[in-house]
Every structure is written in C-alpha cells, then in structure tokens.
Design a binder for this molecule. Structure first.
Ligand code: ARG
Length: 494
C-alpha cells in the first residue's frame, strides 16, 4: 500500500523479514484508538467532512469489535499498514485515504508503544503493591521468631523471618517508585510529530494528547520520533526489579532445602521429578531467578540496538518491541508467582528457632554485652568471644550456652582477661536468641518493636501508592471511555 515510488510488490522473503506483524498484536487496540483520536482531530480541524470521519470511525470500530476482519490473506509490513488498508477498503480511498493525513508510522508506532507501556506500568505497580501487601502480612506474623541471618551464606547474626520480608518490601517499594516515576516520562504523546519534522497541515497535538489521556506532548518532533530513552528507562527499572525478585527467590529456594527447612512451598507452587518420587522442587522460584537474566538480556538488546543510531526513525527501532514485551511478560509472571508463593508459604518456626539456638550467630550480641556491661573494649570482647567459639567448636560444635564453667574460666585465663568467669557464663546464658532481638535497639534492626513500626510505616505508604496508581488508571480509563462515547456520538450525528 505504501509503495508509490518503488514499483511492484516487496519480495516475499524480504517482506517476511521486514514484517513486524507477529510483534504488533499487543499494540493493535492502541493503534485503533490512536487512529480514532487522530481522525476526530482531523475532522475538528476541518480536514475531514463528517461523512468521511464517520466512514473511518466505523471501519475502525469494526476492527475493534472483531479484529479477525484484518486477516484477509493479504501480507502486510505491520499492523499500521494492515489497519489502514482495511479502512481504505471499507471506507473507500476518498475517505479512508485521508486517515493518514499529518501522521507517519514513525509517530504512530511510538504512540502505540507508549500507550501500551503506560498500561503495563500501572498493572505492574498494582501487582507489586499486592506482592508487597502479602509480604507485609507474613512479616506481621513472624516478628518474634528468631532465625539466623547470613553473610557470605554463613551464619552471621540472629534475626527474624519478618526482618527479611520487610527487607524485600523496602527494596520492592523502591522498584515500584522507579516504575511510578518512569510513567511520567512515558505518558507523553508523540502523535503529530509525523515522520520527523512535523507538518504544514494545521493540526492540534494537544487535542489528540488529551483525547488519549496523556499528561503532555513530546514537543520536539525529532525527539518524539527518534528517542527511546523512556522505554530504556522502563526496561532498566524492570531489570533492577528482576534482580530484587531474583534475590527473594534465591533466599526462598535455599531456605526450602532439607538442610535449612525453614520454609516449605505449598504443593500448588511446587514441581516434582519424573524420576525421583520424593521430590518437591521450587521450580517456579527457579524461573523467577532465571527471568532476571532474560529481562536484563532485553535491556542489553535494546541498548545495543539504539546505540549508534542516527537521529530520526530507522527500522532498527522496530526490533525493540519484542524485547520490551518479553521483559514485561517475564516480570508480570514473576510478580504474580511470587505473590502466590508468599501467600501460601509454610513457615517452620521450630526449625528457625532450633537453628538460632544452636548457632554461633549469637556471638556478636554476647560481645556487645561485654562492652555494655563490663566496659570492655570491643576488640577485647571480640577476642574473648572468638576464643569461646573456638573452644565450643572443639567440643563438638556445642552451642555457647552449653559451655561449662571450667571451659569458660580457661578461655578467660588464656586471653589474660580480668573478667569474672561466672559473670561471663551468666551473660552467655542470659543472651538467648529472643533476648538478643530485644537488645538490638538500632533503627532498622530486627528488634520486634522496631519491626512493628517499620511494618506500620510500609502499610501507610503502600496505601498512598495504591491511591496514586488508581488515579492514573482512572484517568486513562476515563479518557478512553469518553473517546469511545465521542466516536458513538459522531457516528450518530447526521
Ligand atoms: N513497523 C514499524 C515499527 O514497528 C512501524 C514504523 C515503520 N516506519 C517506517 N518509516 N518504516 O517500528
């Protein structure tokens, strides 16, 4: 349809190679409403008669109601050509041939992508809010149950499952915030920038932007058609989010092993082995972990594609679409699965408590008590407790609380300390995992009271976010609803 200078049809293999039809499904709906808004604006600016507008709108409505009408055996370069050619066929060349006045596929395609991505961002933000909510509910339940924390995947300090969960929600909040901010740069209309340099035909870019629920327009016509930075930012934020989800997945995978046994995935969330009957595998979480690779892959693919491109549309940009869709799909699936896992996860408090009780992760708390109660230099306390651990390990990895008075006295002597061995023993026995959590008073520590405050703060900011997201969704819905009402109104007008 576009071939005015080149004669004849495109070579079949070339057309096949060139066509973006398989990647255009997700923008079909947006292309239709975008075309309706553009046509209404053309009519309002005096470039279409009412009858011409009605013919165009009617054809577009037919596709909206039944997209299958587009599949008439003809091959197209993309969804834009396919839609326009249907409109011309149905509305006639005189009317339908006017739809593309003051427009190019260059502003059209990025318009469609922006409308799709803004919906995707809203949906992802809502899904993230639900995931955060599920994590906070669990965090509320496990504030007082001690479990070891790990650095270098080695037992480090006593903490709580709740504290881990709110560490995830804090990171996910930032991910949501990044997406929320990226939305502002996505929700700007490029329509009317035309091929690259605008148009001499009198159009109203602000009118189409408003009809389609955009906050503003991308002003510069070169920028509007050439730049993809807002999309890179979007997939960039998805990549960061993917690494957060990957970390949660990895923690859960590790803690669901028989060796840890802190948590168990619900049967519905577990896969099994075709060979080993005993298996209950965390495959959904493994795929969440893997998806961070594919999302980052999409980002790199996009960056490599735009890197070195000149200003102005080049067909290279078409190749961004599948990468963006793939990143969105991967993240949306990951969030959904993660939320289901969290809501149904079984927490084995006993295993956590036992691990904490038998762990040398209590060491730092004991050392700190020597500093606080006995005025020891931290370095001295560090040496004494390190020596106690060494002694306990030699006695068959016994917990520090099981060390007898003679063992403790020997350590104190070996360290040349003035410390009273009985007093030291008293401190060791007193600083249980539960007590250690109560003693941990710093802001952001797993202290149960501190934890409760953090949870309440998060619940409050979550509700603020939800209101903001809902407002955005409502704005787009209202714009689309009133566009659809106007279309019906124009169609009824005689
Ligand atoms: N199918 C193209 C894409 O997805 C649409 C824009 C084509 N524009 C052009 N001047 N060749 O990017």
């Amino acid at each position: 349809m576009y071939r005015s200078r080149p004669k004849g049809n495109l070579d079949k293999d070339v057309l096949n190679f060139l066509s973006s039809m398989k990647d255009d499904d997700p923008i079909l709906h947006y292309d239709l409403v975008g075309s309706q808004a553009h046509s209404i604006m053309l009519y309002e600016m005096g470039h279409l008669t009412l009858t011409e507008l009605q013919k165009i709108l009617k054809s577009l409505e037919e596709i909206k109601e039944n997209p299958i009408v587009l599949a008439d055996g003809e091959e197209f370069e993309d969804i834009h050509e396919s839609i326009e050619s249907y409109v011309i066929k149905k509305a006639g060349g005189d009317a339908g041939g006017k739809m593309h006045t003051a427009r190019s596929r260059n502003d059209q395609v990025i318009l469609d992508i922006r409308m799709k991505v803004r919906d995707d961002i809203n949906n992802l933000c809502l899904a993230l809010a639900n995931l955060i909510e599920s994590l906070l509910l669990k965090a509320e339940e496990y504030k007082d149950i001690p479990m070891p924390m790990y650095t270098h995947t080695q037992q480090a300090q006593i903490g709580t499952f709740s504290h881990f969960l709110t560490s995830y929600t804090d990171a996910l909040f930032r991910d949501m915030e990044r997406l929320y901010i990226a939305y502002g740069r996505i929700n700007q209309s490029p329509l009317g920038a035309c091929a690259i340099g605008g148009t001499s035909i009198k159009i109203d870019r602000k009118m189409t932007a408003e009809l389609l629920g955009f906050d503003s327009v991308v002003r510069n016509s070169i920028d509007a058609t050439s730049s993809r930075d807002a999309l890179i930012e979007y997939v960039g934020t998805l990549s960061v989010l993917a690494t957060t989800l990957g970390r949660v997945a990895e923690d859960f995978i590790l803690w669901s092993t028989s060796e840890f046994g802190y948590i168990e995935l619900a049967d519905e969330q577990s896969s099994t082995s075709s060979a080993m009957p005993q298996k209950k595998n965390p495959d959904p979480l493994e795929l969440v972990r893997a998806k961070s690779g594919s999302v980052i892959g999409s980002l790199v693919r996009i960056l490599c594609t735009v890197k070195g491109l000149p200003s102005g549309y080049s067909r290279d940009l078409q190749d961004l679409k599948p990468a963006i869709w793939q990143a969105t799909t991967a993240i949306s699936g990951s969030i959904k699965v993660m939320e289901k896992v969290v809501r149904s996860i079984q927490v084995n408090k006993g295993r956590m408590q036992d691990a904490a009780k038998n762990s040398y992760a209590i060491s730092l708390d004991i050392a700190e008590q020597l500093v606080a109660r006995k005025g020891l230099a931290f370095r001295t306390a560090h040496k004494i407790v390190g020596s106690l651990v060494e002694e306990a390990v030699q006695k068959g990895n016994m917990p520090l609380a099981m060390l007898g008075a003679p063992d403790i006295a020997q350590v104190v002597k070996k360290q040349g300390s003035q410390l009273d061995a009985d007093e030291l023993m008293q401190i060791i026995k007193e600083v249980t995992p539960v007590k250690s959590l109560a003693l941990r008073s710093s802001l952001g520590s797993p202290n149960p009271k501190e934890q409760e405050e953090a949870i309440q703060l998060s619940i409050r900011s979550l509700s603020g976010f939800k209101t903001g997201i809902q407002k955005r969704i409502d704005k787009v819905d209202t714009a689309f609803k009133s566009l659809s009402d106007s279309v019906q109104e124009y169609l009824r007008t005689s």
